[in-house]
Write a protein that binds this ligand. Structure first.
Ligand SMILES: Cc1ncc(C[n+]2csc(CCOP(=O)(O)OP(=O)(O)O)c2C)c(N)n1
Ligand SMILES: [Mg+2]
Length: 581
């Protein structure tokens, strides 16, 4: 090398400004480094360019029509993948629209990160009336598992790492990450930027149960005369499917799946007590909860539905404070579900005694009786359809297509579908979760299609669908294999109520009679079908699932068929005073 060229090279390096990066790119690089390659959101100031750049950088960015639906998509993506689902929102109103979903994710223990742009701190904190002014961090904090704000570009890597860890470790939940507008534009040295990024190692470390706790749990189980296992959606989330199956089968104990744990073991499994729910809750003497909480969905573990006889509970949960939340837990087993279940299997050894045959055969008889009672109702071909006729047809669809993902919301539409439609594989049933929230359907359907690539069947009450129906445009835009069936009974619970005042306004629970929701899908280029009989419904769903084309089927349900609040009418407050007419 000559002296001249060396000098020339030196000159070029010193003349050139060092390579630079900015907040936009650091957020993108940090997401990619951690394998977070899908974003659900709505564009606008200050994150419009961020969305574009993320798309350019190979991240899949799905734009929704409303942040709440993007948030529900991110939340269920977290449930399906065990990685935090990412929801991207604009400041103030967009942030608030997404926040319901973040709170829902936290309540349901789904890992999710809501990344929101926010306005300028200096102006917001002095309350000087900035564009979309709001102290978002303070508002998000009580509604999620953790909340962070990043002010310096050099802290983006560590900020995202903290958010990921908080979302997925221990009991998963929603995390808020506040990124003020200025942060995106901040520039820094590219090499220093690269070094500032953090790849999160072992984001959800295994948490092993104490050996003494395992021993205690096995002793309680062994002394049971009428044992029951309840599988919650935490068990489905854990993705410890084989271990859970082994535990259930080795123990011979009847199991009851909660709604989103259906299919963890097939509902048709000989030990499944789904169709004998009230019997097993009442008559069991020992109950092992696996990733299920004793909240309202299990009547808090006490009261009429749990019968008179004393019960002993064994509970597996990663959150120690879950123990004794409602009743005494005789054997708390704190740890991640995979580790706890593996430890139990090991502790059971080779000759674990089967539960008394008297108990298992009583459960079997009850289950078979109930299934036989329901069977003829599922086969009717009435028009207009009742819930059972329509659901009987859809039950066959899922039986024939066990890999399809079922999304389900509504009141009667939810409660009856849960009972009627058998699930055959884990994490194929997605629904309203712990809050019984309406409007999750389209977000969940979109995320399910995006994250799994499987066809989706969304069974929606007409009211439930109304909360998120505009996202059919999103489904059409991204050409997702989603078939939406709207159970159209002209209203909430029923379409038959009349205004008690006799005035011109309709009753509070009824909608426009005979609406054609199928036309909404047609408006965006999807397939719309009107179905009046279970046979026509089955044909239309099969065609949709075969073609993979976005489809909406308006399933005409008898407006008088439903009951108030579906299966939970008892939760409506009743005044001691007589009803005034
Ligand atoms: C966000 C939200 N708002 C309101 C409710 C109250 N709610 C419970 S079920 C329901 C709708 C039930 O009607 P539909 O979806 O048509 O089902 P159907 O019983 O008619 O089959 C409503 C509004 C809720 N659960 N969540
Ligand atoms: Mg309805």
């Amino acid at each position: 090398m000559t002296q001249a060229t060396t000098l020339k090279e030196q000159a070029t390096t010193t003349d050139e400004t060092p390579e630079q990066t900015d907040g936009f790119h650091l957020v993108i690089d940090a997401l990619k480094l951690n394998g977070l390659t899908t974003i659900y959101g709505v564009p606008g100031i200050p994150i419009t360019d961020f969305g574009r750049m993320a798309q350019a950088a190979g991240i899949r960015v799905l734009s929704f029509r409303h942040e709440q639906n993007a948030g529900y998509a991110a939340a269920i993506a977290g449930f399906l993948t065990k990685k935090p689902g990412i929801c991207l929102t604009v400041s103030a109103p967009g942030f608030l629209n997404g926040l319901t979903a973040l709170a829902h994710a936290t309540t349901n223990c789904y890992p999710m990160i809501q990344i929101s742009g926010s306005s300028e701190r200096e102006v917001v904190d002095l309350q000087q009336g900035d564009y979309e002014e709001m102290d978002q961090l303070a508002i998000a904090k009580p509604l999620c598992k953790a909340a962070f704000r990043v002010l310096h570009a050099a802290d983006i890597g560590i900020g995202l790492a903290r958010a990921i860890r908080a979302a997925v470790s221990g009991r998963p939940g929603g995390v808020y990450l506040d990124l003020p507008a200025k942060l995106f534009a901040q520039v820094m040295d590219a090499e220093a930027g690269r070094k500032s990024l953090v790849k999160v190692i072992d984001a959800a470390p295994a948490q092993l149960p104490a050996p003494a706790a395992v021993k205690r749990a096995l002793e309680v189980l062994k002394s049971a005369k009428r044992p029951l296992i309840i599988l919650g959606k935490g068990a489905a989330y854990a993705q410890a499917d084989d271990a859970i199956k082994t535990l259930v089968e080795k123990s011979g104990i009847p199991f009851l799946p909660m709604s989103m744990a259906k299919g963890l073991l097939p509902d048709t499994h000989p030990q499944c007590a789904g169709a004998a729910r009230s019997t097993v809750l009442k008559d069991s003497d020992t109950v092992m909860l696996i990733g299920a909480r004793l909240n309202w969905l299990l009547s808090h573990g006490k009261g009429k539905s749990w019968g008179e006889a004393p019960k002993k509970f064994v509970q597996i949960d990663i959150e120690p404070r879950e123990m004794d939340s409602n009743v005494e837990i005789a054997a708390p087993l704190v740890g991640d579900i995979g580790s706890c279940v593996a430890a139990l299997i090991e502790g059971m050894g080779g000759n674990w005694p089967a539960p008394p045959a008297e108990w298992t055969s009583a459960v079997k008889t009850k289950r078979e009786d109930n299934i036989a009672k329901m069977a003829p109702r599922l086969m009717n071909n009435n028009s207009p359809m009742d819930y059972h006729g329509a659901l009987g047809a859809l039950r066959t669809v899922i039986k024939e297509r066990p890999d399809a993902i079922l999304v389900n919301e509504g009141a009667n539409t939810l409660d009856l579908a849960r009972g009627v439609i058998d699930m055959h594989k884990p994490r194929k049933r997605l629904d309203v979760g712990t809050w019984g929230v309406m409007g999750v359907g389209m977000g969940q359907a979109i995320a399910a299609a995006v994250e799994t690539g499987k066809p989706v069947l969304a069974i929606e009450g007409d009211s439930a669908f109304g909360f998120c129906g505009m996202e059919v445009e999103t489904i059409c835009r991204y050409q997702l294999p989603v078939c939406v069936v709207v159970f159209n009974n002209n209203g909430i619970y029923r379409g038959t109520d009349v205004n008690p005042a006799g005035g011109g306004d309709p009753a509070t629970t009824v909608f426009v009679a005979g609406s054609r929701y199928d036309k909404m899908m047609e408006a965006f280029g999807g397939v719309g079908v009107q179905a009046d009989t279970p046979d026509a419904l089955k044909r239309a769903v099969d065609a949709a699932m075969d073609s993979g084309k976005p489809t909406l089927i308006n399933a005409v349900i008898d407006p008088a068929a439903g009951s108030e609040s579906g299966r939970i009418g008892n939760l409506n407050p009743q005044s001691a005073l007589k009803k005034k007419k």
